[in-house]
Design a protein around this ligand. Structure first.
Ligand code: NAG
Ligand code: NAG
Ligand code: NAG
Ligand code: NAG
Ligand code: CU
Length: 159
């Protein structure tokens, strides 16, 4: 009896997450493809990589690096991005996964050394790139469910 209840609750959670994600037809991208998130061979590498896809609400990005020290740092403005300003939300764990639950434009760079100046920077545009003017409560609930599901690998930006 007890185990059956457990199973039903577990199924409900998995089904809910599936529905929420399914509604957005979400994809998971490995940033930079096979190269991952490192100092690229040329300064337009990540711009070329992002231009290959149109990103939507619910999409996730895995920042993958294995050797050396990098960060995935999100800065707030285009000016900070252009300047390689090395302050913002700094994610240091290799393999970190970021999921976006709203349209918006996000500026990422590596805050180590001169990596950003060498082109380790990327603009991710979700949908039309325009953030909502207020936070939608239902998306917050979806993020909470997803957070349970992906545990520590997922970092959510709800701006
Ligand atoms: C940048 O490097 C990538 C991978 O080597 C290459 O495909 C692309 O053509 C290069 N772009 C420029 C502008 O050199
Ligand atoms: C991350 O990089 C490592 C080493 O380059 C590679 O083996 C692994 O498949 C990559 N992971 C993803 C999700 O691409
Ligand atoms: C960007 O750099 C310019 C020139 O160094 C500086 O005047 C400006 O304040 C910087 N802006 C930001 C947001 O860091
Ligand atoms: C997000 O952007 C897309 C365009 O890519 C648009 O169709 C959609 O209405 C936008 N969603 C919100 C909630 O503004
Ligand atoms: Cu770096």
């Amino acid at each position: 009896m007890a185990s059956r209840l457990c199973f039903n609750i577990g199924f409900l959670i998995v089904a809910s997450v599936g529905l929420l994600h399914g509604a957005y037809a979400a994809n998971t991208y490995t940033v930079g493809g096979d190269l991952g998130w490192i100092v690229p061979p040329n300064s337009s590498y990540y711009e070329e990589w992002t231009s290959q896809s149109t990103f939507q609400i619910g999409d996730s990005f895995v920042f993958n690096w294995t050797t050396g020290t990098h960060t995935a740092t999100e800065v707030s403005t285009k000016e900070e991005y252009d300047n390689c300003t090395k302050m913002g939300i700094i994610l240091k764990d290799a393999g970190v996964k970021v999921t976006f639950n709203a349209n918006g434009t996000h500026y990422f760079l590596c805050s180590e050394g001169t990596h950003c100046e060498q082109g380790q920077k990327m603009i991710i545009k979700i949908g039309d790139g325009i953030p909502p003017s207020f936070a939608a409560p239902s998306l917050t609930a979806a993020a909470a469910l997803s957070a349970l599901f992906f545990s520590t690998l997922a970092i959510f930006f709800l701006n």
